[in-house]
Design a binder for this molecule. Structure first.
Ligand code: SF4
Length: 450
């Protein structure tokens, strides 16, 4: 990370912005990819395949890289995961395929760099032809609601089968979290949009952005107008803490701030706090904390109410935050936002602990952490009231209930991604949901009478 020395008014020299927001994990060179691919043992019952949520045949694509066949390697990846390029960049591979890699147990204790090899294969495939051809048109139509990873994966798979797809998305750009919710240095050079352009190359997909549907009113109409509907609508509403002072200027949603950083034309013009507190323990907390440090915030603290082990951010992500100069305080639960004359100046925390039964309890120790900016990264909840009058069964947490084939309780409606009750929230999970739903929708459409 470039030095924040010489900060004027919490701003950095121009060059520092470029360096701080450059690709954090640049692609491998051909030499590096060749060398790394030679470390794969091509295990017969490869545990890395089982650990990949989309089931990519990892030894098969690595073998193709080793024989200088990047196109073939990319084909193997994209067959299972059409968003394999962005997943290679944002997946926590250290707790998925790379954790399962048997090389972890060899003397060097270092897994094969599967994620970086996957990126190499996708980046080095021939760009002048789409790897899949669309089947003859079937005359069947599918509405896909939401142009995030689940919707895009579903749309591409169904378009390949010859169905006509219309994707509706409320945002002005497609991509969902890949476009709006991931730290800027993880997906550089407009990668989310490049990947969508590639997905659309298959043909048969009509993308309608800036199109917010009133699903409570329109879902039934869509089920009549289209032969099938897929809902990949994400979550929708940020959780609140319900604490005094939460409405004060300077207390913001982390996801909104990440979107602002992702969409800005000028990083130096962004408003950046001097003393920043981030509340939460997931990847969103890490992403906003590190981005604020890289934008020149003097002090950034992540406060989390449980232990470091309980954080959903992986140890790798936590280490990344520490390396960016972010302080992480576990066992800190916010109890109020401290204000004076309407100005935010800190967050009051109570320190927590586990009692003998392992329940989280408040202690009698309190601490105020000074802050002129606070980001809440405490997750989102599903906006379930958008289906109040439709007969769409939901689970106890309000999310859409689906069966093993991602079919909802409505006749021709499937759903996937964060809006369903599968307890899986990574981009790669959303891709798998969209793919599996598309397989089920295709079977359903094939059985429809002409
Ligand atoms: Fe190769 Fe590791 Fe997978 Fe074995 S577990 S096939 S060594 S990547």
């Amino acid at each position: 990370m470039a030095s924040t020395g010489g900060v004027r008014n919490h701003r950095l020299p121009e060059k520092a912005y470029q360096e701080n927001f450059a690709d954090i994990k640049p692609g491998l060179s051909s030499y590096q990819a060749n060398l790394e691919s030679s470390r794969c043992l091509y295990c017969q019952d490869a545990p890395c395949i089982a650990a990949c949520p989309t089931g990519i045949n990892i030894p098969s694509f690595i073998n193709r890289i080793a024989s200088d066949n990047s196109d073939g390697a990319a084909q193997v990846i994209l067959e299972e995961n059409i968003l394999g390029g962005s997943c290679a960049r944002v997946c926590p591979t250290e707790v998925l395929c790379e954790q399962a890699c048997v090389r972890n147990y060899s003397p060097e204790c270092q897994p094969v760099m599967i994620g970086r090899l996957q990126r190499y294969a996708i980046d080095h495939r021939q760009k002048n032809r789409h790897p899949f051809t669309r089947a003859d048109q079937t005359g069947r139509s599918v509405a896909v609601i939401g142009a995030g990873p689940a919707g895009l994966a579903c749309a591409h798979r169904l378009a390949r089968c010859g169905h006509d797809i219309t994707i509706f998305d409320a945002h002005s750009k497609p991509g969902g979290l890949n476009e709006y919710g991931i730290a800027a240095y993880k997906l550089v050079e407009n990668y989310a949009q490049q990947e969508i352009n590639f997905i659309l190359e298959v043909g048969g997909i009509n993308l309608k952005t800036g199109c917010r549907l009133d699903l409570d009113r329109q879902l039934k109409d869509l089920t009549i107008e289209f032969d099938a509907v897929f809902l990949g609508i994400g979550l929708g509403s940020a959780r609140t803490l319900g604490l005094s002072g939460e409405q004060t200027d300077g207390v913001e949603e982390a996801l909104g701030a990440i979107e602002t950083v992702r969409q800005t034309e000028s990083l130096p013009d962004l408003s950046v706090g001097s003393k920043v507190v981030v509340i939460g323990g997931g990847n969103t907390a890490i992403d906003i904390a590190c981005q604020m440090r890289r934008l020149g915030a003097n002090e950034v603290t992540i406060a989390y109410r449980r232990s470091l082990e309980n954080m959903s951010a992986t140890p790798h992500e936590q280490a990344f935050a520490l390396n960016n100069g972010v302080r992480i305080l576990p066992w800190f639960k916010p109890i109020s936002f401290e204000t004076e004359a309407g100005q935010l100046h800190g967050v009051r925390f109570v320190k927590t602990a586990h009692d003998k039964a392992g329940q989280l309890i408040d202690t009698n120790k309190y601490e105020v952490i000074p802050a002129d900016k606070v980001y809440k990264a405490i997750g989102q909840s599903f906006t379930s009231d958008c289906f109040s009058s439709d007969n769409l069964a939901r689970s106890q947490n309000g999310k859409i209930r689906v069966d093993d084939h991602f079919k909802t309780s409505m006749g021709n409606v499937w759903a996937g991604g964060d809006c369903v009750d599968k307890g899986e929230d990574l981009t790669v999970h959303a891709v798998q949901h969209g793919k599996r739903a598309a397989q089920a929708i295709d079977q359903f459409l094939q059985k429809l009478e002409v």
